[in-house]
Design a protein around this ligand. Structure first.
Ligand code: IPE
Ligand code: IPE
Ligand code: MG
Length: 254
């Protein structure tokens, strides 16, 4: 628990979103197959979910499979889907015990049926839990999500459920797959790439971004604490001036 003392408990992010990247490179560096990296990456998922519970992070979104990842070689895609099913089967008891509540965002219907069944069961079995909300982004792409939301809004406007004048930020976010969750304050990407890769484009509008060269299979609790400590040193200004933030000067009203 010692390393947790590096953190200010009054300034913890409520929601952390992670792009778990670098499984393939990590495996290749060890002369192994990319799939080996995905398997090892599961150990990091377990460690980070538990760490979030200990630290007191309420929401953790993990980018596990993007819409674009369907374009990978068939063998890798199949291995990832199989790993997903096996991991949930193996971990479900611990998730229940550790009070983790599971959610899924993304194009659910595009997943193989066996994955859908396993995920639905895991969601059901953890639905009463009150600890960390673990949100798996699967077959997820932010542009898909935004376009889908726009379609649904247009349908509701046409059928008279909403009026066009009612469409604002609050209404729009109700149509996103993340409508139940607050926006992430911190987004972490492992493995050295400095890009968003179609992840939570709307929700990350004001997130603090943290990039580390550590590959996902090596990313563990101390790395997470380092990322949160770094986040806590930042001044989140939301368009205001530093002086306003520090002294609470009221904003200009026109
Ligand atoms: C992230 O690791 C896992 C998934 C995208 C499923 P990668 O598989 O992207 O690993 P690299 O980036 O090729 O090293
Ligand atoms: C993003 O990683 C998706 C996941 C981590 C699941 P990628 O490795 O697929 O991203 P790009 O394509 O290199 O940007
Ligand atoms: Mg990658």
């Amino acid at each position: 628990m010692d390393e947790l003392q590096a953190l200010d408990n009054t300034r913890l992010p409520k929601h952390i979103a992670i792009i778990m990247d670098g499984n393939g490179r990590w495996a290749k560096e060890r002369g192994e197959d990319r799939v080996y990296g995905h398997h090892e990456g599961v150990l990091s998922v377990r460690d980070i979910v538990n760490a979030c519970g200990e630290i007191g992070i309420q929401y953790l979104t993990l980018y596990a499979f993007s819409t674009e990842n369907w374009n990978r070689p068939k063998e890798e895609v199949n291995a990832l889907m199989e790993l997903l099913v096996n991991t949930i089967r193996k971990e479900i008891d611990d998730l229940k015990k550790n009070n983790v509540k599971m959610h899924v965002i993304g194009d659910f219907e595009s997943l193989p049926e066996v994955c859908q069944r396993e995920l639905n069961e895991a969601k059901e079995l953890t639905s009463m839990n009150t600890g960390v909300n673990l949100i798996l982004a699967l077959s997820y792409s932010s542009r898909w999500e935004i376009v889908r939301a726009t379609q649904k809004i247009a349908q509701d406007a046409v059928s008279g459920v909403i009026r066009v004048e009612e469409i604002d930020d609050n209404l729009f976010r109700q149509y996103l797959t993340t409508s139940e969750f607050p926006d992430p304050e911190l987004m972490i990407r492992t493995s050295g790439e400095h890009r968003i890769s179609n992840y939570l484009l709307y929700q990350l509008a004001y997130a603090e971004l943290y990039f580390t060269n550590v590959h996902w299979p090596e990313f563990r609790k101390p790395h997470l604490i380092e990322a949160i400590a770094n986040y806590q040193q930042r001044e989140r200004r939301f368009g205001k001036t530093s002086e306003q933030i520090q002294t609470n000067i009221p904003q200009h009203v026109s």
